[in-house]
Design a protein around this ligand. Structure first.
Ligand SMILES: *Cc1c(COP(=O)(O)O)cnc(C)c1O
Length: 457
C-alpha cells in the first residue's frame, strides 16, 4: 500500500486532530507571543522515504508551529494585516478538501461562486455593474493587472497592440504622488521601469496628490499614452486622492486612471467617510485586498475594471485544450495565473456569514481602536503622534529623538504586540494598523502598557 493510501485510511482521526489543534491555535492567539523574530527552522534534508502524515504533522508541531507569529491575532499591528474569521477559516479548509481549479468553467460551478463573490464585493463597495472583476493573489497582482490594462490602453491610443506586438515605439508616461511599493514593483514587471514614473507633488502634510500639479504635468506631457495611479488610502498617512477631480483630468487627457484602494476601499462602509472615495466609479481600474480588512486568510485580493476588453487582451489564453465551451467567462482570461485557487470560497462564506453589516462593524471598531491609541499617544510624554489617525493606521515615534527602529525591535521581542516601520514626511516612524476583527479595547490597553513599560526601561 502506498503511504498516501495509508494516510487516507487514517484521515478521520488525523483531520479531527488538526481541527482541534487549529481551534486551540485560534484560542491561544490572545496569549501567545505576537511575533517570534528569532525563530529558526531545524535543518532537515528531503526524506528519501517519507514517514507519512502522522510523523510529518508531529514535525510541524515540533519544528514549525513554535516559530509562527500570531499574525491572525488581535495585537499584530504590522503592515495592514487582517485576521481570519471563523467562517473564512472553515472556507479555506474546504478549498483544500475540494481542490477545484478555477481556471475555466465547464466542470463545476466554482467559477459561478467566484462571480457571485465578486458581485457581492461590487455591492459592498457600491460599484456599478459595469465593472468586471477577478480575484487575485493580492493587491500587488491587482496593481499589476491595472498597469497591464493601462499599458494596453495607452498603446492602442497610438495604434500599437502592446499585448500582441510588444512595446514597439509606444510611449506611455505614468503619474503618481505616493504609489504603494507594489505599484513600483508592478511598473518593473509591466515593462515601464521601476523608476520611470513622474512623481506628482503631494499636498502639504499629506500623501495625497496635488491635483493642480497633476493638471499642469498632464498639460505639459506630449506623450500620447498616459496613466495616473491614484491612492484611496496611502499605506502610512491613509490619505485619499481626490478621485473625482483626477478622473476629470484623466478623461480630458485620455489617461487611464488606476485606483489602489487595497484597504482604503473599506472607508466606503462608513457613511461619514463615504465622500473620501467620491468619484471611485469613474476609475478605469481598481485594486482591493480581501486578506487585509475583509479578514479572509492569505491570499486573496481583487481587481475591477470598466474595460474588461483591455484585461482580456493581456490575459486571454488561447489553447483549445482549455476551452470547455461554457457560456461563463473563464477567470484565467482575466488574471495572471491559468490554474487558480478556489480563493472565492472563504470569501463567499465570509460575506455569507457576516454580511455587509458584519464587515462594517469590525471596520468601524478598528477605526475606533486606532483613534483610542492615537489619543493615548497624544497625551503621552514619551511618544509623539505624527498625525491624528483618519482611518485604521496610527503613525508615531518615540519622543526626545529616540530611535524608532530600536523601539520597534523591543516591542516586537516583547511578544505583546507587533508593529512595523514607516516614514512620515521624510522622518522614520512606526506604524500600527488596526485591521483584525478581533482587536478589542483591551488589546489597545495592552499595546499602550507595553509602550509605557518600554519607555521607562
Ligand atoms: C498592502 C497593499 C498593497 C499590496 O498588497 P498585497 O496584498 O500585499 O499584495 C498595495 N497597495 C496598498 C495600498 C496596500 O496597502
Amino acid at each position: 500500500m502506498q503511504q498516501p493510501e495509508r494516510d487516507l485510511q487514517q484521515l478521520a482521526p488525523l483531520a479531527a486532530e488538526v481541527a482541534a489543534w487549529s481551534v486551540d491555535w485560534q484560542r491561544m492567539l490572545d496569549d501567545r507571543p505576537v511575533a517570534c523574530p528569532d525563530a529558526s527552522l531545524p535543518r532537515c534534508a528531503l526524506p528519501e522515504r517519507g514517514e507519512g502524515a502522522v510523523a510529518a504533522l508531529e514535525a510541524f508541531r515540533r519544528d514549525i508551529a513554535p516559530g509562527l507569529s500570531a499574525a491572525a491575532g488581535p495585537r499584530y499591528f504590522g503592515f495592514v494585516t487582517g485576521g481570519v474569521t471563523p467562517a473564512a477559516l472553515l472556507g479555506d479548509w474546504l478549498v483544500a478538501a475540494v481542490d477545484q481549479n478555477v481556471s475555466s468553467p465547464g466542470d463545476s460551478l466554482a467559477t459561478e461562486v467566484e462571480l457571485q463573490a465578486l458581485d457581492w464585493l461590487r455591492t459592498l463597495f457600491e460599484l456599478p455593474p459595469s465593472f468586471d472583476g477577478v480575484l487575485t493573489t493580492g493587491a500587488t497582482a491587482a496593481n499589476l493587472l491595472g498597469l497591464l490594462c493601462a499599458r494596453q490602453y495607452g498603446g492602442l491610443r497610438q495604434e500599437i497592440d502592446i499585448a500582441r506586438d510588444g512595446w514597439g515605439r509606444a510611449e506611455i508616461r505614468v503619474f503618481s504622488a505616493t504609489p504603494h511599493a507594489s505599484s513600483i514593483k508592478s511598473l518593473a514587471l509591466a515593462g515601464f521601469g521601476r523608476d520611470a514614473y513622474c512623481r506628482v507633488p503631494g499636498l502639504p502634510d499629506s500623501e495625497a496628490m496635488d491635483v493642480a500639479a497633476l493638471s499642469a504635468l498632464l498639460q505639459d506631457c506630449a506623450v500620447p499614452g498616459k496613466v495616473v495611479i491614484a491612492s484611496a488610502g496611502t499605506v502610512t498617512g491613509t490619505d485619499f486622492d481626490d478621485l473625482r477631480a483626477i478622473a476629470a483630468l484623466c478623461s480630458r487627457h485620455g489617461a487611464w486612471l488606476h485606483v489602489d484602494g487595497a484597504f482604503g476601499l473599506f472607508s466606503r462602509l462608513m457613511p461619514e467617510r463615504r465622500d473620501w472615495t467620491d468619484g471611485l466609479e469613474l476609475a478605469d481600474s481598481i485594486t482591493g485586498d480581501a486578506h487585509k480588512w475583509l479578514n479572509v486568510p492569505y491570499d486573496c485580493g481583487f481587481f475591477f475594471t470598466r474595460r474588461p476588453d483591455m484585461l482580456r487582451q493581456n490575459c486571454a489564453v488561447n489553447a483549445p485544450y482549455l476551452d470547455l465551451g461554457s457560456a461563463l467567462p473563464a477567470q484565467m482570461d482575466r488574471g495572471i495565473e491559468n490554474s487558480r485557487r478556489f480563493r472565492a470560497l472563504p470569501l463567499w462564506l465570509n460575506l455569507r456569514a457576516y454580511g455587509r453589516e458584519g464587515v462594517a462593524e469590525w471596520v468601524r471598531a478598528n477605526c475606533s481602536r486606532a483613534e483610542a491609541f492615537g489619543r493615548w499617544l497624544a497625551q503621552s510624554r514619551d511618544y509623539v503622534l505624527c498625525k491624528p489617525p483618519r482611518l485604521n493606521v496610527v503613525v508615531f515615534r518615540p519622543a526626545g529623538g529616540r530611535d524608532p527602529a530600536s523601539l520597534m525591535a523591543r516591542v516586537n521581542r516583547s511578544g505583546e504586540a507587533f508593529v512595523t516601520p514607516g516614514q512620515w514626511q521624510g522622518e522614520p516612524a512606526l506604524r500600527a494598523a488596526f485591521s483584525n476583527w478581533r482587536t478589542s479595547e483591551d488589546d489597545v490597553r495592552r499595546l499602550c502598557e507595553c509602550l509605557q513599560r518600554l519607555a521607562r526601561d
